[in-house]
Design a protein around this ligand. Sequence first.
Ligand code: SAH
Ligand code: SF4
Length: 386
Amino acid sequence: MNASPNLLDMDATALVAFCTQLGEKPFRARQLLRWIHVNGQSDIQAMSDLAKSFRNKLASSAQIFAPPVLKDSTASDGTRKWLLEVGGGNAVETVFIPEPDRGTLCVSSQAGCAVNCSFCSTGKQGFSRNLTPGEIIAQLWMAEFLLRRDLNQTERIISNVVMMGMGEPLLNYEPVLTALRLMLDDNAYGLSRRRVTLSTSGVVPMIERLARDLPVALAVSLHASNDRLRDQLVPLNKKYPIKELLTACNFYLKYAPRDFITFEYCMLDGVNDFDTHAYELIKLAEQVKCKFNLIPFNPFEGSGLKRSPKQRIERFAKILTDAGVFTTIRKTRGEDIDAACGQLAGAIQDRTKLAQRTLKFTAKRQLLNQGVSSNDLNVETIRPYS
Ligand code: SAH
Ligand code: SF4
């Protein structure tokens, strides 16, 4: 693999440092940022307002590299899922969810996850590795410009980002923070902090850090109304029990762009969906300003769990709502392509095929690095954008 620095790994500050190192003025960093993240340009030589000498210097010392797309599927409801190859036999998934008033991208932060929640297929897969900042922001970069191209649109398509894909974002803190900075940067994606949501299983010290560093909207995966149950469903609870979690949420609210925390609650038949659980949740809701989002469990092979029946979920929601706790039931999207919450697995089944594709891809990159134009290449084009 080519070891030259990847410009997708760099936020504004890092790009300024990189340009300075190349003997260029700091404002070049802003131009570069805009070429990459506003225009979706991956060909350094095509950045026409940069001096030819700078372009040559850049092209020989850096690259713009996004993980190759291994699979691209669209569900009957328009939800689109990409499987991205991140090396070492690992793949992660990114999901675009179109809605009439917004376009939401669900982004992954790790290959696999170490938290091992009993109802999550990513957790069942175990932890492989942290994604780099470039691998995280590349999901937005790839999706935005691919969608624009496919829909023949020049306007922005992705209006909201949720860090709710594979992995626990607060256990890959620095790279996630760099990617978040790019999402919010006016010279990149310019999203407001309210339109970027980070979902966590409850890494208490990092919730407090994020509050100080970059408080975006926060969702907390609660899933249980007492510690005994939560210890079983979200093993991280043994380290950071509910009381500490609620204290961290109240601290976060002092900095947050919204005046409530969203509690996610996966509805599991006969496990956490009794009336008594709803009443316990009402007590918890008295301690922190919050909204509940009930997620019908999305089954996957071997989980041994079942989704609560519709009437049960509706009754549960009514108990909460009647007590004045704002509650929504999440509409499940992309089920027919396994793109719904908790169904992202990413694991690569066919390693032979992966090896072949990676070979072709590497060959193409080597040629590009030698100055061959992509139009002249006779190898399969895996990168879908230019
Ligand atoms: N690790 C983070 C973010 C990724 S998971 C977290 O746990 O918050 C995103 C959301 O999907 C979480 O609320 C998670 O609990 C939920 N989820 C996981 N598996 C699920 C499943 N099988 N069905 C429904 N929701 C699930
Ligand atoms: Fe990890 Fe979140 Fe899945 Fe739990 S729900 S295993 S924290 S990705």
